[in-house]
Design a binder for this molecule. Structure first.
Ligand SMILES: Cc1cc2nc3c(=O)[nH]c(=O)nc-3n(C[C@H](O)[C@H](O)[C@H](O)COP(=O)(O)OP(=O)(O)OC[C@H]3O[C@@H](n4cnc5c(N)ncnc54)[C@H](O)[C@@H]3O)c2cc1C
Length: 543
């Protein structure tokens, strides 16, 4: 298996995304675009790891087997990858760190940790890859000790049923580790979130995510076949039935449970044969509206493509400005200028993967639809974008260092509401910092497409404030503006990032009082003493 960048490993950056050894630079074009739209960045002075570790308070946890009280390990597990997490880590203002990090290697170890946590009144935070962007693994200040349970020790393939295409893996297994093991056997899962290098299988399921290839491979709920949940109330085994009419499906309770019901120890996933061929293409669509119509037609034709993604003209321009290959961009712009208005085109990316003949057929059907909507093929662009897909998150580190904050948010709605929701969201985000005399650069794409609707994925960049508090105030203003539009338009508060701690109030609006009461009741059954991940998904249990 390919070695992972472990979160207890010095290879992993403690206050940003990814591997210490990898860096990204914001291109000259990208910096020029931001300076023009937002003004010059305000590079901050970051705290050092040594300083933050030196300020870690004494642990309130009782020492014991599997429990690590080392301050550096506690800092490294104190936050995930949300924007507030980043501000806390970069500024060194950690108002709470876990009292201990537990490192179980088996389900029996987890049961032991559950018993000991109950005995000392501690709360437990399941920590997979720690890539949550919603505060799902962030330590909050609580009256009781907090133990973050690092599940990376539960890694590796347990069983492979090749005939059924079912693989059973430890929940702490990362995407690359599983992918290389399966590919050696001619199989793959094809769940590829952009956080692929660090996120774990347990986190995929618990946060109910969606990967880049969801159009072809499905979301995690289509790939999750079963597994084992170790909850405070006991063990629940979920068999990998291909389908079942035996009442409501308990696997659906675990999908998106965000650590509130217990720990997934083993996960069973549905595999597919490695695609015989794979290809990507990019297309310039004459307008956003035309691009949307083509994307909808492709989704409703249910073509067996692997991915479909549509960027607004603003996002297309931003992607080109941020490209590290200005020469290629110039050539591409000249190519488009000769055929299109240079600024109005939307960028459609389509991909095929699978058996040669079927892939060719699907590609040609899609091309016919795109042609009917006056799309023109852009040579070379899609391959470069696809190859760089796991490197893009490193840009967030570089933007921060250049004095800009960047974040994303996502939602989903029906096709009939996509245009209004998207334009209202962009307007709300763009205007959110006007009272603070700051601007926001926002750009959007439809990231996951379905016959009845799409996920809208917005990226936004703004200048960092002169203090961490100012930066956070601005970020909150942007998020609140977007969330109120999402609620007003009846869309979902998350299509794939999950709820975490950040979106708890909005979940209440989305599910309604009866829905929330049902979820709270389920939580009490699995976790009667309120040990698990308090304040995430639902409000913290009252004790
Ligand atoms: C740069 C970047 C890009 C991203 N891109 C995508 C994307 O394309 N698609 C997508 O869906 N998401 C994406 N995410 C969000 C995140 O990576 C996913 O939600 C991912 O599935 C989380 O996996 P993880 O192992 O890191 O979980 P963690 O962040 O460790 O945990 C997430 C939640 O699940 C719980 N949890 C974790 N493991 C277990 C377990 N074994 N049992 C019970 N509960 C558990 C945690 O308590 C927490 O509530 C991205 C994040 C970043 C930072």
């Amino acid at each position: 298996m390919r070695p992972r960048i472990g979160h207890d490993d010095a290879m992993r950056r403690w206050n940003g995304w990814g591997d210490e050894g990898h860096t990204a630079e914001v291109s000259e074009g990208g910096l020029a675009l931001l300076a023009e739209k937002l003004g010059p960045g305000r590079p901050p002075v970051d705290a050092t790891l040594a300083k933050v570790v030196a300020a870690v308070p004494t642990s309130r946890a009782k020492p014991g087997e599997f429990l690590d009280l080392d301050p550096e390990g506690r800092v490294r597990h104190a936050r995930g990858q949300s924007f507030p997490d980043l501000v806390d880590l970069r500024s060194g203002r950690l108002d709470a760190v876990p009292d201990a990090v537990a490192r179980p290697r088996t389900a029996a170890h987890i049961r032991d940790i559950l018993v000991r946590a109950k005995a000392q009144g501690a709360r437990l935070v399941p920590y997979g890859g720690g890539t949550s962007v919603t505060g799902g693994v962030s330590t909050r200040r609580l009256p009781d000790p907090v133990i973050t349970v690092d599940l990376s020790g539960l890694a590796g393939v347990r069983e492979m049923d090749e005939r059924s295409g079912l693989v059973t893996v430890g929940a702490g297994t990362t995407g690359p580790a599983l992918d290389s093991w399966l590919r050696e056997r001619g199989l793959f899962i094809g769940h590829e979130p952009q956080s692929f290098d660090l996120a774990t299988v347990g986190g995929w399921v618990a946060a109910r995510g969606s990967g880049l290839r969801s159009f072809g491979q499905g979301r995690i709920e289509q790939l999750f076949a079963g597994g084992t949940l170790e909850s405070p109330a006991g063990t629940m085994v979920m068999p990998p039935f291909p389908a079942s009419a035996a009442g409501p499906d308990l696997r659906q309770l675990v999908l998106g449970s965000e650590g509130r019901l217990g720990f997934l120890s083993d996960v069973i996933l549905r595999t597919s044969p490695v695609p015989e061929i794979e290809g990507m293409e990019a297309w310039a669509m004459p307008t956003w509206q035309e691009g949307c119509e083509a994307a909808r037609a492709i989704a409703q034709a249910r073509l067996p493509l692997s991915l479909v993604r549509l960027s607004t003209p603003a996002e297309a321009r931003t992607l080109l400005a941020f490209s590290d290959h200005p020469g290629q961009v110039k050539a591409l712009q000249a190519y488009i200028r000769a055929r299109r208005k240079p600024h109005a085109w939307a960028l459609l990316i389509t991909g095929v993967a699978g058996a040669r003949n079927l892939a060719r057929l699907a590609r040609n059907e899609a091309a016919e639809i795109i042609d009917a909507h006056e799309g023109i093929r852009l040579p070379g662009l899609a391959e470069g974008w696809f190859a760089a897909r796991f490197r893009t998150p490193y840009l967030r580190n570089a933007l921060w260092e250049a004095g800009y904050g960047s974040d994303t948010l996502e939602t989903a709605t029906d096709w009939s509401r996509v245009p209004t929701l998207l334009s209202r969201l962009e307007a709300a985000i763009e205007q959110a910092l006007l009272p603070h005399r700051e601007k926001v650069h926002v750009f959007t794409h439809l990231s996951h497409l379905y016959p009845t609707g799409a996920s809208i994925y917005l990226s936004f960049i703004f200048r960092l404030g002169s203090t961490p508090e100012a930066t956070l105030t601005w970020w909150r203003a942007i998020r609140a503006a977007a969330a109120s539009v999402i609620a007003a338009e009846g869309a979902t508060i998350s299509h794939h990032h999950g709820v975490g701690a950040d979106a708890v109030p909005y979940l209440r609006t989305e599910k309604g009082p009866l829905g929330i009461a049902a979820l709270e009741a389920v939580t009490r059954v699995f976790d009667p003493d309120g040990l698990m991940n308090p304040g995430v998904l639902l409000e913290g249990p009252k004790r």
